[in-house]
Design a protein. Sequence first.
Lengths: 643, 177
Amino acid sequence: MIPELGQISLILSLLVAILMASIPLWGAHANNKSLMQTARPLAHAQLFFIVVAFALLTYSFTVHDFSVAYVQKNSNSLLPFAYQISAVWGAHEGSLLLWIMILAIWTSAVAIFSKQLPETVIARVLAVMGMISIGFIAFTLFTSNPFARAFPVAPEGVDLNPLLQDPGLIFHPPLLYTGYVGFAVAFAFAIAALLDGKLDAQWIRWSRPWTNIAWAFLTLGIALGSFWAYYELGWGGWWFWDPVENASFMPWLVGAALIHSQAVTEKRGSFKSWTLLLAIAAFSLSLLGTFLVRSGVLTSVHAFASDPERGLFILSFLIIVVGGSLVLFAVRAPSKDAGQPFTAYSRETLLLLNNLLLTAAAAMVLIGTLFPLLADTLKLGKISVGSPYFGFLFTLLMLPLVMLLPFGPLTRWQSDQASKSVKLLLPWAVLALVAGGISFFFWPGGGIKTVAGVIAAIWILLGTFAFVRTRFKNSGSRFTAEMAGMMSAHLGVGIFFFGVLMTESLSIEKDVAAKPGSNFSLRGYDFRFDGVEKVEGPNYIADRGTVIIKNGDKVIATLHPEKRMYASGGNSMTEAAINSKLHRDLYVALGEPLDDKGSWALRLYVKPFIRFIWLGTLLMAIGGFVVSFDKRFKRRNAAEANP
Amino acid sequence: MSTRLLPLLAFIGLALLLFIGVRMNSGKDNSAIPSPLIGKSAPQFVLPVLNKPEVMVKTDDLKGLPYLLNVWGSWCPACQVEHPVITRLAESGKIRVIGYNYKDEAEAANKWLQQFGNPYDLILVDEPGRAALDWGIYGAPETFLVDAAGIVRWKHVGPITPEIIEQEILPLLESVQ
């Protein structure tokens, strides 16, 4: 009975979404106030029905209702409670329901926090979000129903994929989806603006915090996924240019570009069409990501159980949404840029460069991701485009971005003298180069990458502080949340690149065949293997190794890497053990048993500065959140609403 | 106007590519990441035969005729599901089916064969699962098609269905003979 109620609730939410997508839109067209006013209550009603459906599915998991096919496939009576909850979004059907619920939460939030906006705008925005909702709810109901029953009822569940039985995986999808779906707000605003035919700076200002928050969530979601891959997969890597990683990275890059171009459009009125296009692109790439992950077109470690019917459904939806918006864009986008003019050296120009580099990077990722498919289509054989392509092109595009980054905030709008900025930053550039030179001798063997990492980090760090200094020296200038957020995100970029380049250039790894009691030395650290024992977890049996790490005579850490066999069967899972300090990780993963005498294959890593990668992303995300709390987004709106 | 059409045109190209991608995918199993072994010689093993531990079989001993290597274990419920399908294929005589008893105990394996029937030409035993590592076997059931020259042609993870036999195994078998 409970699953049927959930299903009915989901059907009702579809009906509400259909109403929300049509009535307010008609109201906006006919200028009928009472029709437009239905938008907000409908948004809340939609959220209500979806939350009920989601709660009922969760309930089915907690009571082990294996008559529900989705529960049977993704749970097990031995599954710990926390994973019974996260199993709700552990596979295709349920994660779609989560997608829909997050979209409904965003929609309701827009309805609540949009009091200052004209009624026609909000009616159109919510209607567009309703259309997106229709697509996804219909997709869920017609191709991927999580409430479907299976008869005969299996006595026991298959179990949640052991890879997903991890705390990181509880939070990774919700954060990621919050980011993906958040771009729907900027998208809906762009569509509403195109429908209306005029792009008001006030709407742009209003949608800016939403874009920043969505982007910050996406940053956290991607970072958490990368961190999870690092400690769970046992490969010691943190990014693999896997199609699904790329699928989340493309909207991130375009979203970062959008954040910057929205600032220009709001403050100077320039780049209007470009901002609209980026808003469409960011969300379209989120949809494309959904398509790539769930259609099975590309092979990936992340691929959900997929079938072509689902692929065709999302593709049709993608074509309607993206194709429709681009047609609208081609017909209605403002033909001439009405913004204030700017000269060759101005903040506008620098931000334009930023946008070009970021979107070029996104295009590069898109081409690399889809190239294997293209080659397959053209019968060129199965090829995979690996990290050599991505690594090379990405470095090429990010190099100028890092070099130009400190100039942006220091340069005035409209027109500035390049010589002034150069004079201001020159001492810091010299300092960064000197530090790079020193690092060459401090970390021999690191080579050019280490030097580049140090220079990039120090250059961005000092350049950003140079901005703060000039800000405080000019006594008249205020220091706003927007600037603080920008600072945090820019410092994050510096720290991120430092972490990446140092880890890439200075990490060492060693595959060893270890007898109990044997010692291995790796960059001054002494790893002693003390054998493997069997231990029992709640729903698995593990081979648990013991590795004692010493530096000289001092014991630094005792690590316990594991190899788990889950009771439900299937493949064994590696649990790497990591001893982590800010400046380095010591990482041990257990391979295979080699003989009957307790010898095992071990993989040992020393990874300098790898924590800086996630520290940097955390700072970027914090930056995104902080910017969205800037007072001006609220105050000026209120001031303009009551002149 | 023309520049504003560019994004739309680019998207049409993209959509076309994705459409072809979806079409190409229909009917083939997407969950299987193609095995790196395909097109290469079957990995070497020396394994005992079930109930005849003194008889050891090498990979090269199997050359001469194509064969299907079916990984199974008495502990594996999905193997029961595919067993009738495997049995029918073996009985049709179109191909030799060789069993690969994976991480199993002889007693349990024999009992299982008594209950469900033994369609295999030969059953190799890999109780520790060591040789399976070279084959990239990470569970059961998994099935490999190896041609007469000992080259791995095809791999499937999960239960074999009649559709898979009709659409994949038999056409491939024809093409390698």
